[in-house]
Design a protein around this ligand. Structure first.
Ligand code: E4P
Length: 218
């Protein structure tokens, strides 16, 4: 299972990369704005910085909603670095643009996916990644994890290569449940990744080992 971090915060990206477990980064216009990164040039420079920090795929989202605009933006983003994955919204022109980039050998991430039908369309268009937003489904009392299971079944039925990128992950249990269900990738905040480290018995056990070592060596 690949681990992506879902942020545009360079310190957090560097922190996760430093741990040695990071496979990539996802961003979106809201995450960029949260870091105060606005305006075309600043956003482009920020993507370059992110690519320098990590080894893996970096999803960069287009803001156009028409095919021509998505192609223009996506081509410019893809030209920045081989690590860039063009992130496209799940709308009709987004599907068309996905097929366009697939045919050109450019990686894509179809985002804002909330149903199995949308995920099927993304796979038909040859998406590298499909991003079902599980947290936002949970927010409206709909089981986000059920969607991951449905997409897994459909993709396995037909051998689609599109990777299921569980997005809108909010906490550690989301990661564990996605792993059980066979999501190929998860993207979440640093806190959700660091949450996997925690167990009180680990802390108690370590404290005991250190205390016993001190006793034996004093
Ligand atoms: C996915 O690529 C999105 O950036 C993200 O996971 C959205 O998460 P949110 O619902 O917590 O905003």
């Amino acid at each position: 299972m690949k681990f992506f971090i879902d942020t545009a915060n360079l310190d957090q990206i560097a922190d996760a990369q430093d741990m040695g477990i990071l496979d990539g980064v996802t961003t979106n216009p809201s995450l960029m704005a949260k870091e105060g990164i606005t305006g075309g040039e600043n956003i482009i420079n920020h993507y370059k910085k992110i690519c320098e920090l990590v080894d893996g795929d970096v999803s960069a989202e287009v803001i156009s909603t028409d095919f021509e605009g998505m192609v223009r933006e996506g081509e410019a983003l893809a030209a920045l670095n081989d690590q860039i994955v063009v992130k496209l919204p799940m709308i009709k022109d987004g599907v068309k643009a996905c097929k366009y980039f697939t045919d050109k050998g450019i990686k894509t991430n179809v985002t804002l996916v909330f149903s199995a039908g949308q995920a099927l369309l993304a796979a038909k268009a040859g998406a590298t990644y499909v991003s079902p937003f599980i947290g936002r489904l949970d927010d409206i009392s709909t089981d986000g994890l059920h969607l991951i299971a449905e997409i897994r079944m459909i993709y396995d039925n037909y051998g689609f290569d599109t990777q299921i990128l569980a997005a809108s992950v909010r906490h550690t249990m989301h990661i564990i449940d996605c792993a059980k269900l066979g999501a190929d990738v998860m993207t979440g905040p640093l806190s959700s990744i660091e949450g996997l480290l925690k167990h009180p018995l680990t802390d108690i056990g370590l404290a005991t080992f250190l205390a016993d070592y001190k006793k034996g060596n004093s």
